[in-house]
Design a protein around this ligand. Structure first.
Ligand SMILES: *[C@@H]1O[C@H](CO)[C@@H](O)[C@H](O)[C@H]1NC(C)=O
Ligand SMILES: *[C@@H]1O[C@H](CO)[C@@H](O)[C@H](O)[C@H]1NC(C)=O
Ligand SMILES: *[C@@H]1O[C@H](CO)[C@@H](O)[C@H](O)[C@H]1NC(C)=O
Ligand SMILES: *[C@@H]1O[C@H](CO)[C@@H](O)[C@H](O)[C@H]1NC(C)=O
Ligand SMILES: *[C@@H]1O[C@H](CO)[C@@H](O)[C@H](O)[C@H]1NC(C)=O
Length: 548
């Protein structure tokens, strides 16, 4: 095992005097077994030789270290020392655990003995654990992954061979989703359900910690776990009407109720629902599975047909008698093409209204009213000849109009105007505009009411000519006539009466059957416009009629 390089390292005896003594100087040696810790400095003591002769003495012996690792040693007399340097550190992790060499003893250049030198390198904790790159790559796991199942395994290695435990940093943002049951396994278990709809990416920090060292060196890694959408959501009709939000901020929606109004005349038409159009989408946003639609119930023998792809609903036959079927209640189902068990049901209402044939009309374009000054909280507004002022709007589509208002004036169901007298002053003059609107057709009729507040002593004029005199008189009386500019919102209500339009017993002539009106709105007074705007809302209500 002598190599030339090894020979070169031989240590020459200083004294070369030949003559002397016996060939026993190399005796006494034995194989050397020693230990040295890694990272030790140059000159570290390794072992003393037990041979008799001393190479530094007068004896002509020569000791020579050869072999694989001989350059890690040098001899100082009969002591073997470590040959390391700042640049060449003894590292067990690189060098292996044992250094091997051979010690040869020459006497007069003749080999007298040869012994093995085996030096075990003692481990020091000079390495931290390191994660295997491929075990800490971003992960992709389905939101449908069951709780308590293994989601991935991390693995680290410690060059010193230390035992490693894996610990999740509980302070990392999404640590609560995971746990590690067996610390040495690195197996990461799902600890709570995932939901792609609320969280698509999770972050956690995992430590690999030495457990058998006093240093407890550790390494941490930040892991990204991407949640993949699973098919766990049912289709949802739009718009979403949120009813609640759970602690994960999941919005729970109820399905919209779609509605449309039709008349008996309509047929072969696409129904324009509101809110519209009828549409559902997969709750799994990123999957966006195609959906199909069908009518579960209420189609009335194909009177209503749905396009299974677009959800458009067509009315195929006209409604013969709206009193028999004033409303159709359709149950619409949207289901996943790939999994019909995932479905959702919404309601669509189709109301059948009477056809609008007549616009509303007032029986005059202008009404004249008078009020006598008074402190009573309410007074009927009179007209010429001291009669009660009666305003009437007629819509021949409707039965029995009724009227109502709020504010300074109130119109009763019969069209009588009641004034809040205690809030009026003599010579106030109010011009009210009364608007009658058919809410279904949008048609309107307007009339104005000119109301003057007379003094207690003043008689109500008998005719419009007297009216003139009054106003002149008022003007003469020191300009006390005050034209009060008021906005009065008048609400007009039509009675819902369960009977046919009397005017036309056949019910289908000039007047539509059973149309009714109802109140819709009222608003407060303002005092700076010239006209007084009032709204009369005419509405066809349904479901109220019995056939006569
Ligand atoms: C090794 O030898 C040296 C010099 O002979 C001596 O000082 C030292 O104590 C010895 N060491 C051991 C461990 O025997
Ligand atoms: C000590 O190590 C250095 C670097 O490898 C080498 O050059 C030198 O020869 C060694 N010394 C001995 C006595 O082996
Ligand atoms: C990891 O090492 C750092 C620095 O030595 C220490 O502050 C931290 O507490 C250790 N973490 C664990 C989990 O041992
Ligand atoms: C249908 O008519 C009713 C009044 O009869 C009205 O309240 C409703 O807003 C109408 N609906 C639609 C969708 O036009
Ligand atoms: C308007 O109708 C009311 C109530 O029916 C009635 O008293 C009044 O005379 C009518 N006015 C006209 C101009 O027909």
């Amino acid at each position: 095992m002598l190599n030339p390089w090894g020979l070169f390292l031989c240590q020459l005896a200083i004294n070369t005097s030949y003559h002397v003594i016996k060939a026993s100087l190399c005796l006494g040696g034995s194989d050397i077994f020693a230990t040295v810790s890694e990272n030790r400095p140059v000159g570290e003591f390794i072992a003393n030789l037990s041979i008799v002769g001393d190479p530094t003495g007068v004896n002509s012996i020569r000791l020579c270290l050869t072999g694989e690792n001989a350059n890690w040693f040098y001899l100082e007399g009969r002591t073997i020392r470590l040959n390391s340097s700042v640049l060449r550190v003894l590292d067990r992790e690189r060098q292996g655990s044992v250094l091997m060499a051979a010690l040869t003893c020459y006497e007069d250049d003749i080999i007298q003995s040869e012994h093995r030198v085996m030096v075990e390198i003692l481990n020091e904790n000079d390495n931290k654990p390191t994660f295997f790159e491929k075990t800490i790559q971003p992960r992709y796991i389905s939101e449908l992954t069951a709780v308590n199942s293994l989601v991935f395994t991390v693995k680290a290695i410690d060059a010193d061979g230390d035992t490693i435990a894996y610990i999740i940093d509980r302070a990392s943002p999404d640590a609560s989703y995971f746990r590690i049951d067996l610390p040495n396994s690195g197996k990461v278990i799902l600890d709570k359900p995932l939901d792609y709809e609320t969280k698509t990416q999770l972050q956690l920090v995992i430590y690999a910690v030495e457990t058998n060292t006093k240093e407890w060196y550790n390494t941490s890694v930040s892991l990204t776990v991407n949640v993949k959408d699973g098919d766990d959501q049912y289709p949802q009709f739009l718009p979403c009407i949120p009813i609640s939000q759970d602690h994960n901020h999941t919005v729970v929606c109820t399905n919209a109720i779609y509605a449309v109004n039709i008349t008996e005349k309509d047929q072969d038409m696409l129904l324009n629902f509101s809110p519209g159009p009828i549409h559902a989408e997969d709750g799994d946003r990123s999957l966006d599975t195609p959906l199909l639609y069908s009518i579960l119930s209420g189609a009335d023998k194909n009177r209503f047909q749905i396009d299974k792809q677009t959800a458009e609903i067509t009315l195929t036959r006209r409604v013969e008698n709206r009193h028999l079927t004033p409303i159709f209640r359709l149950r619409i189902m949207a289901f996943q093409l790939n999994d019909p068990k995932k479905y959702s049901v919404a309601t669509a209402l189709v109301r059948v209204l009477a056809e609008n044939r007549f616009p509303p009309v007032f029986n005059r374009t202008t009404y004249k009213g008078f009020i006598i000054e008074s402190s009573s909280p309410a007074t009927l507004v009179s007209t010429y000849g001291n009669g009660v002022l009666l305003i009437q709007a007629i819509d021949q589509d409707f039965v029995d109009p009724t009227l109502a208002t709020t504010g300074l004036y109130h119109i009763t169901e019969e069209g009588v105007i009641i004034a809040k007298t205690d809030r009026l002053r003599p010579f106030d003059r109010h011009i009210l505009e009364v608007v009658a609107r058919d809410e279904e057709s949008g048609e309107v009729a307007k009339a104005s009411v000119d109301i003057e507040l007379l003094q207690r002593s003043q008689p109500i004029p008998q005719t419009p000519f007297r009216d003139m005199d009054v106003r002149i008189a008022g003007g003469i009386m020191g300009g006390m006539l005050l034209l009060l500019v008021t906005t009065l919102f008048l609400l007009i209500r039509w009675a819902k009466r369960r009977r046919r339009q009397r005017r036309n017993p056949a019910g289908r002539g000039a007047v539509a059957l059973g149309k009714h009106l109802k109140v819709v709105s009222a608003a407060p007074c303002t005092r700076n416009t010239h006209t007084v705007s009032t709204h009369m809302n005419l509405t066809h209500t349904q479901g109220q009629l019995k056939r006569a």
